[in-house]
Design a protein around this ligand. Structure first.
Ligand code: FES
Length: 168
């Protein structure tokens, strides 16, 4: 089974966040880029960064909030060590992704847009991973897993958990 190394994000601090987005200071309209930079660095966009971003781009805090909530890609809470996306689009649906989704939710004990209690897995829906011929598909971070069943998911999640225990 392919393995996926768990991601490690930096711990959030306002000072580190300010430093991370400093390169966008002289770029009007670069708010989205700055939000992506924060998410890539810390794994999410912390509430505490909103005012700082507003000052940087001469926007109100509400405007920054509006942009952050409009784009669903921006996470507002720290993610798990892995993000698991389960395809909900047509070809995967036809091959049983609905039942697979239910069993994954049950196995992880969380719903979409939530993180498992052990902090290992964040679960998200996705709409086509471009691998329709081998449905149903899921993605773990950047790695696609094809023809996934409830059983293979259980093995995969156990192997991911054991990787995460080794890579602190
Ligand atoms: S529909 Fe799931 S990969 Fe295309």
């Amino acid at each position: 089974m392919q393995s996926v190394t768990p991601r490690k994000f930096a711990d959030f601090s306002l000072a580190a966040a300010s430093e991370a987005v400093e390169e966008f200071r002289a770029q009007p309209g670069a708010l989205i880029n700055a939000l992506h930079k924060l998410q890539d660095t810390f794994g999410y966009v912390d509430e505490a960064a909103m005012t700082m971003l507003g000052k940087l781009f001469n926007l109100s805090r509400a405007e920054v909030h509006g942009v952050t909530s409009f784009y669903h890609d921006f996470r507002r809470t720290p993610p798990g060590r892995y993000t698991i996306k389960v395809c909900q689009a047509e070809a995967c649906q036809a091959m049983g992704s609905e039942a697979l989704t239910d069993s994954i939710k049950e196995a992880l004990g969380c719903d979409f847009h939530e993180t498992s209690k052990d902090g290992l897995f964040t679960l998200e829906p996705v709409y086509c991973l471009g691998n329709c011929a081998c449905s149903p598909n899921i993605m773990v971070d950047e790695q696609v897993f094809a023809r996934v069943s409830s059983d293979t998911f259980k093995k995969l999640s156990a192997s991911l958990a054991s990787n995460a225990a080794e890579v602190k």
